[in-house]
Design a protein around this ligand. Structure first.
Ligand SMILES: NC(=O)c1ccc[n+]([C@@H]2O[C@H](COP(=O)([O-])OP(=O)(O)OC[C@H]3O[C@@H](n4cnc5c(N)ncnc54)[C@H](O)[C@@H]3O)[C@@H](O)[C@H]2O)c1
Length: 251
């Protein structure tokens, strides 16, 4: 119970990695606000069934009003927000294509959710964290940025921006005792990934071959890093990106 009674918001918590993050954090004793544009019922019910505490919130991370309502719900229900996990992104619905074929609307949509969403969610929770002079923000970045994965330019660029945001925000919030870090997963078998051949089929075997530990990555492989960065154990760690990819990229 390393997060006993900590209040955590996980964006994009309805499914995929976000759902596993919510359930893993709840198992450590956190009270979880599951925020997503999709129904959060399954995640919330799984946590309640396991004896944990969770509520769902219909949230679009790129909408200020939606973020404000989420913060208000957290305050009304549990009185504070200790941890924000910026996990929501446009990812598994994207297809690989040449950058010449990415139109500006698709580019903007990816940036709006993946980058602006992290910025807006942070703006929504930081005033609460500042008041209590403590907090943790964990941005889900990607190994794809370190590898410069081709045919995915908008996504890779968006995750590079998230890393920049992580570093600069860490410096801006250090005096308020708020740590801002990133986790950069390798290709991980989330539901969205398993549902799409381009991410999970034989064409991705070479990704496993590039790893020091040559196996596919499971969502649960990320939980240790997430809980560490959420807990007091990492209170002097900020502005970092922890690569959890079986030793593929090394920085
Ligand atoms: N699975 C991987 O291989 C992998 C690897 C590296 C990084 N990541 C990152 O991990 C995170 C989760 O990955 P995943 O595989 O579960 O992705 P996914 O695409 O399957 O899920 C993304 C989640 O974000 C939600 N979302 C999308 N737009 C939103 C919005 N405007 N407001 C609120 N919620 C919104 C979706 O509804 C969904 O629940 C993403 O940030 C992704 O970029 C994933």
């Amino acid at each position: 119970m390393r997060l006993k009674d900590k209040v955590v918001v996980v964006t994009g918590g309805a499914q995929g990695l976000g759902r596993i993050f919510c359930e893993g954090l709840a198992q450590e004793g956190a009270k979880v606000i599951v925020a997503d544009i999709l129904s959060t019922e399954r995640t919330v019910n799984n946590i309640l069934a396991a004896g944990g505490e969770a509520i769902g919130a219909h949230v679009d991370v790129s909408d200020d009003k939606s973020i404000a309502a989420m913060s208000a719900l957290a305050l009304k229900t549990w009185g504070t927000i200790d941890i924000l996990v910026n996990n929501a992104a446009i990812y598994s619905s994207l297809t690989f294509k040449s950058f010449l074929e990415i139109d500006c609307d698709e580019w903007d949509a990816v940036m709006r959710v993946n980058v602006r969403g992290c910025f807006q969610a942070a703006k929504g929770v930081v005033p609460i964290m500042k008041k209590q002079q403590s907090g943790k923000i964990i941005n889900i970045c990607s190994g794809a940025f370190y590898d410069g994965v081709p045919m995915f330019l908008h996504y890779v660029s968006s995750k590079g921006a998230v890393l920049g945001l992580t570093r600069a925000l860490a410096r801006e919030l250090g005096d308020d005792n708020i740590c801002v870090n990133a986790i950069s997963p390798g290709l991980t078998e989330s539901e969205g990934v398993s549902d799409h051949e381009q991410f999970s089929g034989p064409s991705t075997d070479h990704i496993v071959g590039m790893r020091a530990i040559k196996r596919r990555e499971n969502p649960e492989d990320l939980l240790g890093a997430l809980i560490f960065l959420s807990s007091d154990e990492s209170s002097f760690v900020t502005g970092q990106s922890l690569l959890v990819d079986g030793g593929s990229a090394m920085n």
